[in-house]
Design a protein around this ligand. Structure first.
Ligand SMILES: Nc1ncnc2c1ncn2[C@@H]1O[C@H](COP(=O)(O)OP(=O)(O)OP(=O)(O)O)[C@@H](O)[C@H]1O
Ligand SMILES: [Mg+2]
Length: 311
């Protein structure tokens, strides 16, 4: 894998609302995504995953920090030219293919929308050709272009959602829980399709998920987010085999309906209580092993380090 940085997120903070109602959804988040990799972002509902995706897409305003794409700052005020480049090069796939496709529009229009917005086609024939090519690449027939979304199954609709991004020839695709709304039986097909497309088109993915199970098989590296902060980041196998942060450990051992009496569950609760003590001893983003990062203050860092050496 090349180690060229496609995306750099530095000390990113995103807040909603003003004054008393101000809510900081993402706090001081740091990560890079290298060209050609699948980078996982995992955390429970409300932890800030979509907010980060939308900040990269320039939909959410950022309060602090920087987002660089191919070395250029893309958050805050940017030129029209760069804005257009971002729209073309960073595309998003959404969780719910039932809700994210415009019901009144034909597939042809849905897939063309990005092209229309950026005027990225020579003429009508060129646009049609681009739509056909995008549909074929996700395993759909070109004649589906004249149909409406409701004529398709969930899996097919997610393919339309993917075709809509591919038509732009993006470099980075942010896949926000692309399979969680799908039938279990077709999840693997969509994952395989995404992996094939990655190889053939040289794509890079930010793959957002709320549980760690799927992520192991498709990501190269994973970041775990909790309450707006990334608590741990490592290569996927390293993270699964040697998790150091109590929150990551809890997620890894979590079963769908945790029994409040089990020790593992207690660990997460204990961590949540301790997070408030951080006020007098704030944590930093520390590299505990090469390429393995954890959010910890000095005291915690020493504990994690010892645990890691003993394991
Ligand atoms: N536009 C908004 N205005 C106010 N608060 C928001 C807005 N968007 C998100 N939030 C809040 O920010 C927090 C993070 O939301 P976000 O959607 O990023 O979570 P998520 O990790 O994607 O969760 P899920 O797994 O449920 O999709 C939540 O508390 C949410 O209510
Ligand atoms: Mg979300």
């Amino acid at each position: 894998m090349s180690r060229e940085k496609l995306l750099e997120v530095k000390d990113l903070t995103v807040a909603f609302g003003k004054r008393k109602n101000r809510f900081v959804a993402v706090k001081g988040v740091n990560f890079n995504i290298y060209k050609g990799e699948t980078f996982g972002l995992v955390g429970e509902s409300g932890s800030g995953k979509t907010t980060i995706g939308r900040a990269i897409m320039r939909i959410n305003e950022t309060d602090d920090g920087e987002i660089l794409f191919n070395g250029q700052k893309i958050n805050g005020k940017i030129s029209k030219k760069l804005d257009k480049e971002v729209i073309k090069n960073i595309q998003m796939i959404f969780q719910d293919p039932m809700a994210s496709l415009n019901e009144r529009a034909k597939v042809d229009y849905i897939v063309s929308e990005g092209l229309y917005n950026t005027k990225m086609y020579d003429n009508e024939a060129d646009r049609k050709r681009k739509v056909e090519k995008a549909l074929l690449s996700v395993g759909l027939l070109p004649e589906f272009a004249s149909r409406f979304p409701h004529e398709f199954s969930g899996g097919q609709r997610q393919r339309i959602g993917i075709a809509r991004t591919l038509v732009m020839k993006p470099e980075l695709i942010i896949a926000d829980e692309p399979i969680s709304a799908l039938d279990v039986s077709i999840r693997a097909q969509v994952i395989n399709l995404m992996n094939d497309l990655k190889q053939t088109l040289g794509l890079t993915y930010l793959f957002i998920a709320h549980d760690l199970s799927v992520v192991r098989f498709i990501t190269d590296r994973v970041a775990v987010i909790h309450k707006g902060r990334i608590v741990e980041l490592a290569e996927t196998e390293e993270l699964y085999q040697n998790p150091v942060h109590p929150y990551t450990k809890g997620l890894l051992s979590a079963i769908p309906m945790p029994d409040p009496k089990t020790e593992k569950h207690r660990k997460i609760e204990k961590y949540d209580k301790n997070i408030h003590k951080y006020d007098d001893n704030p944590p930093k983003w520390m590299e505990i092993r090469p390429e393995h990062w954890v959010l910890a203050n000095e005291e915690e860092y020493e504990i994690y380090k010892r645990e890691l050496e003993e394991s």
